[in-house]
Design a protein around this ligand. Structure first.
Ligand SMILES: [Zn+2]
Ligand SMILES: [Zn+2]
Length: 970
C-alpha cells in the first residue's frame, strides 16, 4: 500500500473532478494506491478507481490517515503524470460523469507510453481494463506508482542522461545545415572485410560495407553505387557534381565521395558532415541511398559540366596491357574493380590476374633487395617516379576538369536548382532591400517635390497671404502716429463703414472751408461738438487719438478725455437699454446672449445692473416655459437620437432649476432603453458573431445608461466568448504538443483574428510559450555547436559565458552566471527581438560584471565598450579576426560596407587569432540560416513553395526535401 499526499496540481484536478461527479466524498487530499486500485481517501466515504474493471465507486473504508505516514507527491512530475493517467483512462471509459476525453485509444496509449517510457513500463490500455507490463510481465498499478516515485528521486541526479533522452523524444527542428560538400584531403586506408562483417554490418538505404576506413574514426565505411544514368547530383564547393558512388561513416555522421576523376584512395575528396545531428544525417542518407543499387558503374564522379563525356573503357580494354603496367596502375585498376566500376562477373578474373602480377612483382623486388642494395634503390626510385608521373597525369587531368568547370556555370537543370539554398536568403533580403530602396525613393521624391513647393508654390502663397494682411493693417496702424487728418480724409465717403453717420465727411468739409487756418485744437473742438452723434466705435477711436496726439498739451487732453468719457457712457447706457428692451420679448437663448453682452459693455454700472436684473427675471421665466414646452413634446417611445436631441436642448437651461424636467426625460430614457436592450438580448440568442459584436458596440458606445447596459454586455460577451473559445479550441486543440510552425501559424491567426481580448491574450500567451520554447531549443543547440567548435582550440574560457537554455529552464543556472548574463543583456542588448536569445556572452568588463563585452545571438552581435556600443546584424558580417598586433590587439568584425569594428572581449592574446577564426566560422554558419527559420515564414500556415527547415532548399510539392532529405517540412 502506498500513501501519498497530493500536490497542488493533483489537488486541483481531483477536486474539480469530484465536483463534476457530484459524489458524496469529502476528500482529504490523500491518495492511497493498492494493487490495481487508486483511492481518494475521504472523511467518511472514499472514492475508489478500479483499473481491472474500469469501475469507480464510493465506499466507507478504513484507511490510514496519519499525516506523517503520507509521502508527499511534491515536485515529482513523473508521479504526478502517472496519477493523472487515472483521469484520462476512466474519463475515456465514460466512468467519470461530466468528463469527456476526445482522444482515441491509440492516442491515449501513445500518451501513456510517453509517461511510462523512462521506467521501461509498457501501458496496455483497452476499452475494458488498463494493464501495465515490464519485460513482458504484468505489474500492478501500485508497482507503477512505486516505480514513478523512484524515477522522480532518480531524475534530478541524472540531469545529463535525461538531457540526452529528452532530445529524441521531442523531435524539434534541429539545426540547419548547408548541404554543400566541401573539398577536403584525407588518407583512406583499406582493410579486408570479413565474411561476418559483410553479413552483419548493415546501415540500410542501399549502403553496403566497404574496405575503406573512415579517416576520422577508422571504422569501415559504407558505400552506395548509383546505376549509370541515375548518378546522384550534389552541390560542392567546386560546383555541381554527379555521384557515381558515395561513402558514409555511420559513426561520424558524415559522407565522403572522391573528386571527379579520382578514386577515394587518392585523397582528394568531398565531405559532407552533419556533426552531432543524427536526424539530419539519417535523412540525408535515406535520400542518398534511395536511387542507389547493388550494381556496378564504370564512371567516376563527374562534374555536372562534364557529364557523359568520359565513359570508361570496358574491363578488357582497361586491362589489355597489364603486364607492362606500373604497380600504381595495377592498384588503380584493382581498386576500380573493388569499387564496382566494372560488372563484377566480368571483372573477377582480371582482379585475380592483377593480384598475381602484383604478387609476382613484390617477390621480384624482394629478390633484388637481397641481391643488391643500390640496385634495389634505383629500382624503387624508378617505380616511384612512374607512380609520380601517373599521379601527376591524373591530377592534371582532374585539375583541367575543375578549371573548365569553374569557367562554365552549372548547366544542368537538375543541379541548377541545388544552388538555391543561398537564393532564398537572397530572395529574403531582396524584397527588403527593394522595399527600402523604393521607400527611400518615394521619400526622396516627396522631399524633392516638397522643395519645389517651397521654392515656387508656397512662398508665393505666403507672399499673397502676408500681402493681404499688410494692405488691411497698414492704414490702421499708421494713422494715430502720423497724420490723423490724412487718414480721416481718406475715409470721406458716406457709405464708408468707418464713417456711417457722415461725421467725418462733414468735418472734412468744415476744415476745407477754413482753408487750413484751423489749429489742431480747433479741429478737435469741432469734433467734440459732434460727440452725441458718434457711434461707440468712433468715440473709442477718437479717445485713442487724443491720448496719443503729441500736439495737444495735457490740460486739453484731460478736457477732451472727460468729454469723450461722458459721451461714451451716454452712448453705452442708450445701447444697453435698447438691447434689453429688444431681448425682453425674445427666447431664452437670446436673452442669455444679450445679458452676456450687456455685462461686457461700457456703461454706467447702475444702469447695467438694473437692466441685467430685469432681464434675469424674464430669462428665468422663459427658461421654465421653454423647458416645460420641450418636455411636453418628448414621445413615449423615444429613439436614442431623439433622446440626445432632447438632452442637448434641455441642457441649454442648465442655469435654471429644471430638475423636474430632467427627471421626466431620464425616466422616459430608462424605459425606452430597457425595452431596446430586452429586444437585443432576444435577438442575441440567434445572432452570429458579427451581430453580437454590433450589439456590443452599440451597448458600449451608444450612450446607454451603464447600469442598464452592463448586464447585457456581460451576457453578450459570454456568448461571443463561447463562440471564440470553440474556434480557438479547434485551431489549437493541444498547445503543448504543437510544432513550431503550427504554433506560429495559430498565433498569427489568433492575433489577426476577431476574438475577444481576454481569450486572445490567454491563448496567445500559451502559443507564445511554445514559440519561445522552440526558439530556445534552437538556441540551446547553437550553444552546443559553438562550444564544440571552441573545445580543443580555446583553453581560456573564463570570460566566455554560454546561455545554457536547459539549465535556465530548469532553474539551476549558477546565480553568478545568471546575474552576469542579465546585466549584459540589460545593459547593451535590449534591442533584441522577442524570440532572439543569446548564444554567447563574452565579458570584457574590468569588474567581471558583464557590463562591457559582446553578446552573440543568431541575428546580431551586440557590443559595449567604454567608447562605443552597437548592434551589428549577423548578415552584414563578412569576417571576424583576432588581431595580436601590439597596437591593434583585439577582435575585429569586418562588414560588407568595408567597416572594421573592434569589439571588446576578454580573450588572452595568445588565443585571439584562434578565437576569431572559430567565431568567424560560426558566424558564417549563422548566415546560412534558411528563410524557413524566420518567424515570418513560420507564421504562414501553408507554403506553396516550401523552404526546407534544414537546408533552406526551396521546392514545390511533398514534405520531403529533395536536397537534404528532411521529412519534417510543412
Ligand atoms: Zn568515422
Ligand atoms: Zn533540405
Amino acid at each position: 500500500m502506498i500513501l501519498l499526499k497530493a500536490n497542488s496540481e493533483l489537488n486541483n484536478i481531483f477536486s474539480r473532478m469530484l465536483k463534476t461527479m457530484d459524489v458524496n466524498v469529502v476528500w482529504t487530499g490523500n491518495i492511497v494506491v493498492l494493487n490495481n486500485f487508486l483511492i481518494l481517501s475521504g472523511k467518511v466515504r472514499s472514492l475508489i478507481f478500479n483499473f481491472d474493471n474500469r469501475k469507480i465507486m464510493t465506499n466507507v473504508i478504513e484507511l490510514p490517515d496519519k499525516e506523517e505516514d503520507m509521502e508527499p507527491v511534491g515536485e515529482n512530475q513523473t508521479l504526478t503524470n502517472v496519477l493523472n493517467m487515472t483521469l484520462y483512462a476512466f474519463g475515456k471509459w465514460g466512468s467519470i460523469r461530466g468528463l469527456k476525453v476526445d482522444k482515441d485509444y491509440s492516442q491515449l496509449n501513445a500518451l501513456f507510453y510517453a509517461i511510462l517510457k523512462d521506467m521501461k513500463i509498457i501501458p496496455g490500455y483497452r476499452d475494458d481494463n488498463f494493464r501495465f507490463y515490464k519485460d513482458n510481465i504484468q505489474m500492478t498499478f501500485e508497482e507503477v506508482v512505486k516505480a514513478a516515485m523512484e524515477e522522480g528521486k532518480r531524475k534530478p541526479q541524472e540531469v545529463k542522461e535525461e538531457k540526452q533522452e529528452e532530445e529524441p523524444e521531442e523531435k524539434g527542428l534541429g539545426l540547419w545545415h548547408k548541404v554543400r560538400w566541401s573539398l577536403t584531403k584525407a588518407t583512406f586506408h583499406k582493410s579486408e572485410i570479413s565474411a561476418y562483417e559483410r553479413k552483419a554490418s548493415r546501415v540500410g538505404n542501399n549502403f553496403y560495407i566497404n574496405g575503406y576506413q573512415c579517416p576520422e574514426c577508422a571504422r569501415k565505411l559504407y558505400m552506395a553505387i548509383y546505376p549509370q544514368g541515375k548518378e546522384f547530383p550534389i552541390e560542392t564547393e567546386e560546383g555541381g557534381v554527379y555521384l557515381a558512388r558515395s561513402y558514409t561513416c555511420d559513426n561520424c555522421n558524415l559522407f565522403y565521395t572522391p573528386r571527379p576523376g579520382k578514386l577515394l584512395r587518392e585523397g582528394d575528396n568531398y565531405t559532407m558532415k552533419f556533426g552531432g545531428d543524427r536526424d539530419a544525417y539519417e535523412d540525408y542518407r535515406e535520400l542518398l541511398g534511395r536511387d542507389a543499387e547493388r550494381t556496378s558503374n564504370c564512371n567516376f564522379n563527374e562534374f555536372a559540366s562534364q557529364r557523359g563525356k568520359h565513359a570508361m573503357p570496358p574491363i578488357e580494354e582497361a586491362c589489355a596491357d597489364m603486364e607492362h603496367m606500373s604497380e600504381e596502375e595495377l592498384h588503380n585498376i584493382e581498386e576500380k574493380i573493388d569499387e564496382n566500376f566494372f560488372p563484377l562477373m566480368q571483372a573477377e578474373p582480371f582482379r585475380e590476374k592483377i593480384q598475381e602480377l602484383l604478387k609476382a612483382r613484390k617477390e621480384a623486388q624482394e629478390e633484388k633487395k637481397k641481391k643488391k642494395k643500390p640496385e634495389q634503390e634505383a629500382e624503387s626510385s624508378k617505380a616511384e617516379g612512374a607512380a609520380e608521373t601517373a599521379e601527376k597525369n591524373s591530377e592534371e587531368k582532374s585539375q583541367g576538369q575543375a578549371m573548365q568547370h569553374s569557367e562554365t556555370p552549372m548547366d544542368h537543370s537538375g543541379l541548377e536548382s541545388s544552388e538555391q539554398p543561398q537564393s532564398p536568403n537572397k530572395d529574403w533580403d531582396r524584397p527588403q532591400e527593394d522595399g527600402r530602396k523604393s521607400f527611400g525613393h518615394t521619400e526622396a521624391g516627396a522631399q524633392a517635390s516638397g522643395d519645389d513647393t517651397d521654392a515656387l508654390g508656397k512662398p508665393e502663397k505666403k507672399k499673397g497671404f502676408f500681402g493681404k494682411r499688410y494692405t488691411k493693417e497698414k492704414p490702421e496702424r499708421d494713422v494715430p502716429e502720423k497724420d490723423m487728418d490724412a487718414s480721416l480724409k481718406g475715409a470721406g465717403k458716406q457709405d464708408d463703414p468707418r464713417d456711417p453717420n457722415g461725421i467725418e465727411a462733414e468735418l472734412e468739409a468744415e476744415f476745407a472751408e477754413s482753408n487750413g487756418s484751423l489749429s489742431v485744437k480747433e479741429k478737435y473742438d469741432a469734433r467734440m461738438r459732434k460727440l452725441d452723434r458718434m457711434s461707440m466705435w468712433q468715440l473709442r477711436r477718437l479717445r485713442e487719438q487724443v491720448k496719443d496726439d503729441e500736439r495737444l498739451d495735457w490740460v486739453d487732453k484731460e478736457k477732451y478725455e472727460k468729454l469723450l468719457r461722458q459721451a461714451a457712457y451716454q452712448k453705452g447706457a442708450e445701447e444697453v437699454r435698447k438691447k434689453a428692451e429688444y431681448a425682453m420679448t425674445q427666447s431664452y437663448a437670446v436673452i442669455k446672449r444679450v445679458m452676456d453682452e450687456i455685462d461686457q459693455s461700457e456703461c454706467p454700472e447702475l444702469i447695467k445692473k438694473e437692466m441685467l436684473e430685469a432681464l434675469g427675471e424674464v430669462k428665468k421665466k422663459r427658461g421654465q416655459e421653454e423647458a416645460a414646452d420641450l418636455i411636453a413634446r418628448v414621445p413615449e417611445n423615444m429613439t436614442r437620437s431623439q433622446y440626445r436631441t432632447f438632452r442637448d436642448k434641455l441642457n441649454q437651461y442648465d442655469g435654471e432649476d429644471i430638475s423636474v424636467y430632467n427627471e421626466v426625460l431620464e425616466g422616459t430614457r430608462r424605459l425606452t432603453e430597457k425595452r431596446e436592450i430586452a429586444g437585443m438580448l432576444k435577438r442575441a440568442a440567434g445572432a452570429d458573431r458579427r451581430g453580437l459584436m454590433q450589439m456590443l458596440t452599440k451597448l458600449r458606445e451608444d450612450g446607454f445608461l451603464p447600469e442598464q447596459a452592463e448586464p447585457a454586455i456581460r451576457e453578450i460577451e459570454g456568448r461571443v466568448m463561447a463562440m471564440d473559445q470553440k474556434v480557438i479550441d479547434k485551431m489549437c486543440p493541444n498547445i503543448p504538443l504543437m510544432s513550431f510552425d503550427e504554433a506560429a501559424s495559430a498565433y498569427e491567426k489568433i492575433e489577426g483574428g476577431v476574438f475577444l481580448p481576454e481569450i486572445k491574450t490567454n491563448t496567445l500567451e500559451m502559443i507564445d510559450k511554445r514559440l519561445t520554447k522552440l526558439k530556445m531549443d534552437e538556441c540551446g543547440l547553437l550553444v552546443e555547436k559553438l562550444k564544440d567548435a571552441l573545445s580543443g582550440r580555446i583553453s581560456d574560457t573564463e570570460r566566455l559565458h554560454f546561455y545554457e537554455v536547459r539549465k535556465i529552464m530548469r532553474g539551476d543556472w549558477a546565480p553568478r552566471e545568471a546575474e552576469l548574463a542579465a546585466r549584459a543583456l540589460n545593459t547593451y542588448a535590449q534591442e533584441r527581438d522577442r524570440y532572439e536569445f543569446p548564444i554567447l556572452i563574452c565579458d570584457a568588463s574590468a569588474k567581471k560584471n558583464g557590463r562591457d563585452g559582446f553578446i552573440l545571438t543568431p541575428e546580431h552581435i551586440f557590443y559595449n565598450s567604454m567608447f562605443s556600443s552597437e548592434m551589428i546584424p549577423i548578415r552584414s558580417v563578412t569576417g571576424i579576426e583576432g588581431n595580436t598586433g601590439l597596437l591593434s590587439k583585439g577582435i575585429y568584425v569586418k562588414r560588407g560596407n568595408g567597416k572594421k569594428t573592434k569589439i571588446p572581449g576578454g580573450i588572452s592574446s595568445k588565443e585571439l587569432k584562434e578565437f576569431g577564426e572559430v567565431l568567424g566560422e560560426f558566424v558564417s554558419y549563422l548566415q546560412e540560416k534558411p528563410e524557413s527559420r524566420s518567424i515570418a515564414y513560420l507564421s504562414k500556415e501553408k507554403h506553396d513553395v516550401k523552404c526546407c527547415y534544414r537546408c533552406g532548399y526551396t521546392y514545390r510539392g511533398g514534405n520531403t526535401c529533395p536536397k537534404c532529405g528532411n521529412q519534417a517540412n510543412q
